[in-house]
Design a protein around this ligand. Structure first.
Ligand code: MN
Length: 743
């Protein structure tokens, strides 16, 4: 008994000292009310978590206190957020209700805690990551603090992951590197991003992680002496020329993850990597002198050490879209080694390390447009347009909004627009205004007409031409890369399908009315029977003659006020077997399919289609993916969607392979661009394919503008070798500049 009491007292002391530590780490000013709230939050959390322990055995309350400390110390958040961090697991894990929190504190605190609870419950239900991510983003646009506290929560969990079983460690690490690290990058929380990636590597690749850590420790001395050798002459010269300015100069080691990345991508051993550190020069200067003084320091640096001009990066004049401002240059230091130097002010440094969180502090200081608010607007845009497929959404979002660098382009009036690198001219139209995108007919870049899919380059000036009769079509999806443009085009096409289906809807309903059956349940039955994902698709197929009304009523008849199938049908089971049963819908005759094995069985035994995102052909590495309502889809292993599908829905993936003995054909789409050097381009292309290569063309379209042409050819081939030969030989033609296989 006495022993138990002793442990209790020990723990009490531990908790109290952690709390005092937290109080000391708070940098912002607190009112008396703030202090009362904080004390109350602490006591409520201690009391309600009293019976819980972490996997490591320590009292659970140590976790919320640590998260609150990260919020205060490493993100610099204020009292409200610290209160919320202390309470972040209370509603989720204990008897305390949100209403109690609202009464004890206020609406704001209750709202943030609610956001945090919702995020957590989404995870515990094991829903797909894409759905979780959408939830994270929704809370992000409501109150940024929810996501910032969640980041701190995740960071503390990652730091203390050692006590978890291995499979849980791996799952949490995967989620962290997939969602939290990129989001931290996007929010400008660079320190968080770096630590996330390092901690993930420690779990997923411990051998290399510890190997590099050890080598870093062994070379530390040598590195420090080199840094001193580099810094000393700089310090002296800066003191001479800018005497009354406070400047700190130091060498900053790069993260283990980034060093490993370099070893992997550049294929050089650790010993040959010299930029294991960067030199950082931080100036304490008033805001109106920032730019001038940074450049002055730059000129001193390059007087002392020879610069490599093409390595100069000026993110002071044009900050990155996540707010990052800094002047980077690489110079040749002693012993001829390349050294990166980063020059910035205290303010820029705080933004560089704390991003979004620091940015509120300096809001209004700068004339420049608010980068975060602009980004939040674009997030809001995407969220407002909820697509049925969350995985697609996450893919688009990750690709365009998280890691990418950006490209700077201009409107005809000279207003700058920032788009993700790889964005196209059509993306630009959508980024300016949705209507401009919808009705875009042609685009001029620097006064020359370009295809809509033209990839933007820095400094391009764009002019969009519209016609109100123009509307998006499926091909447009291939010509955009931004999430916003994609989701706008998809929803426009959905609307288009709905409109086209209106007449057939009336016809079908008239027929059902005549039969005197309940229309709603009858249509539901048809949607289910023909395996459509929605009513819209049913009407659309009728409108486009893919399904005929008379055919429907060969299979269905009225029975009382219900529509029933003429032959008695087995009850529908939602099992895998059932979903992949051969379809009742008759396949279009021109659906040419090569022989395929799925899970070792002939593919004909399943309902399957070749995915249109990557058009797999014979010889490609493939896999089958069980969709929710369209049977199996065959994707290429290197399909851009493959990682997402496998990461999120691994349990729906099935093995697929081409059977070796076959001579059937498949369709491959090629995009050909080039310069139209007089008449006969079409003839030369078709001649090359039909006469020289003896391949069949399934369809061919070509369009041109001012000498530039773009052709789309669908070829029938039997394997990838044949396709590659075709691509090569087309590329060799004089009038052809690029040939690409469409994914
Ligand atoms: Mn937590």
């Amino acid at each position: 008994m006495a022993e138990v009491l002793e442990i209790k007292n020990e723990e009490k002391k531990l908790i109290q000292s952690a709390y005092r530590d937290l109080l000391r780490s708070i940098k912002s000013k607190m009112t008396d009310q703030d202090k009362i709230d904080l004390r109350n939050a602490y006591e409520l959390a201690v009391e309600s978590h009293a019976q819980q322990r972490r996997k490591s055995g320590e009292p659970y309350i140590m976790h919320p206190i640590a998260v609150a400390k990260i919020c205060a110390e490493e993100i610099g958040l204020g009292p409200t957020a610290i209160v919320c961090a202390l309470l972040h697991d209370v509603v989720e894990d204990t008897e305390v209700t949100l209403e109690q929190i609202r009464i004890m504190f206020n609406d704001k605190v209750a709202k943030i805690v609610d956001g945090l609870t919702k995020l957590d419950s989404a995870y515990s239900r094991n829903s797909p990551q894409a759905e979780n991510f959408r939830k994270v983003l929704s809370t992000l646009i409501e109150d940024v603090r929810v996501v910032l506290i969640k980041m701190a929560d995740r960071l503390h969990n990652m730091r203390t992951l050692g006590a978890m079983p291995r499979h849980k460690q791996l799952k949490i690490a995967a989620e962290t590197s997939y969602i939290y690290a990129p989001l931290a990058h996007r929010l400008g929380l660079y320190q968080f991003k770096i630590e996330f990636l390092d901690l993930c590597m420690k779990i997923t690749d411990p051998e290399n992680y510890h190997g590099i850590a050890k080598k870093l420790a062994q070379t530390k001395r040598e590195r420090e002496s080199y840094v001193n050798q580099f810094i000393e002459p700089l310090k002296t010269k800066i003191k001479e020329e800018l005497e009354d300015i406070n400047i700190s100069i130091y060498g900053r080691p790069k993260s283990i993850y980034s060093i490993w990345n370099k070893i992997r991508t550049k294929k050089v051993p650790f010993e040959e990597i010299y930029d294991l550190f960067a030199i950082r020069i931080i100036l304490d200067v008033p805001s109106q002198k920032e730019k001038l003084l940074c450049w002055q320091v730059y000129s001193i640096v390059t007087d002392v050490h020879t610069p490599i001009p093409e390595r100069l990066k000026d993110w002071i004049t044009t900050p990155k879209s996540n707010g990052y401002e800094s002047l980077h240059t690489t110079v040749i230091g002693p012993k001829g080694r390349y050294v990166e130097v980063q020059i910035r002010t205290e303010r820029m440094n705080e933004i560089a390390e704390r991003g979004f969180a620091a940015h509120w502090k300096y809001k209004g200081l700068n004339k420049q447009k608010d980068v975060y608010e602009r980004w939040l607007d674009s997030v809001r845009d995407i969220l407002e347009d909820p697509q049925s497929d969350a995985v697609e959404f996450l893919g688009d979002f990750r690709a365009n909004n998280l890691f990418n660098e950006e490209v700077y382009v201009y409107t005809p009036k000279g207003d700058m627009q920032i788009l993700p690198l790889g964005a196209t001219a059509l993306d630009f139209a959508f980024s300016i205004h949705t209507d401009l995108g919808y009705h875009c007919t042609s685009i001029k870049v620097n006064n020359k007409l370009v295809p809509m899919g033209y990839k933007l380059k820095n400094g391009d000036q764009l002019q969009i031409f519209t016609n109100k009769n123009q509307k998006p079509n499926e091909n447009w999806l291939k010509m955009v890369t931004t999430g916003k443009a994609k989701s706008k085009i998809r929803s426009a096409m959905k609307e288009e399908r709905r409109k086209e289906g209106l007449i057939s809807r009336e016809a079908l309903e008239r027929k059902l009315k005549n039969l005197k059956v309940d229309i709603e349940s009858a249509i539901e039955l048809l949607v289910k029977h023909y395996k459509y994902s929605s009513h819209i698709d049913l009407y659309y197929d009728i409108a486009t003659d893919a399904l005929c009304i008379p055919d429907i009523f060969k299979i269905f008849k009225a029975d009382g006020n219900q529509l029933v199938e003429i032959e008695a049908e087995k009850p529908v089971n939602e099992t895998v077997e059932d979903v992949v049963r051969p379809p009742k819908r008759v396949r279009k005759k021109n659906d040419l399919k090569p022989r395929l094995l799925i899970n070792g069985e002939p593919a004909e035994r399943f309902e399957y289609t070749l995915a249109s995102c990557c058009n797999p052909v014979q010889g490609d590495q493939i896999f089958a993916f069980l969709t929710a309502n369209a049977g199996l889809k065959i994707h290429r292993v290197n399909c851009p969607n493959a990682t997402n599908l496998m990461a999120n829905y691994g349990y729906r993936v099935m093995k697929a392979e081409w059977s070796s003995t076959t001579n059937s054909t498949f369709v491959a789409d090629l995009k050909i661009t080039g310069v139209d050097d007089g008449p006969g381009v079409i003839e030369r292309l078709t001649n090359q394919i039909s006469s020289n290569l003896k391949l069949n063309i399934r369809s061919f379209s070509i369009s041109g503008n001012e000498g530039y042409y773009e052709g789309l050819i669908s070829l029938l081939v039997t394997n990838t070798d044949q396709l590659n030969v075709a691509i090569q030989s087309l590329q060799n033609l004089n009038s052809v500049s690029t040939v690409t296989r469409l994914e």
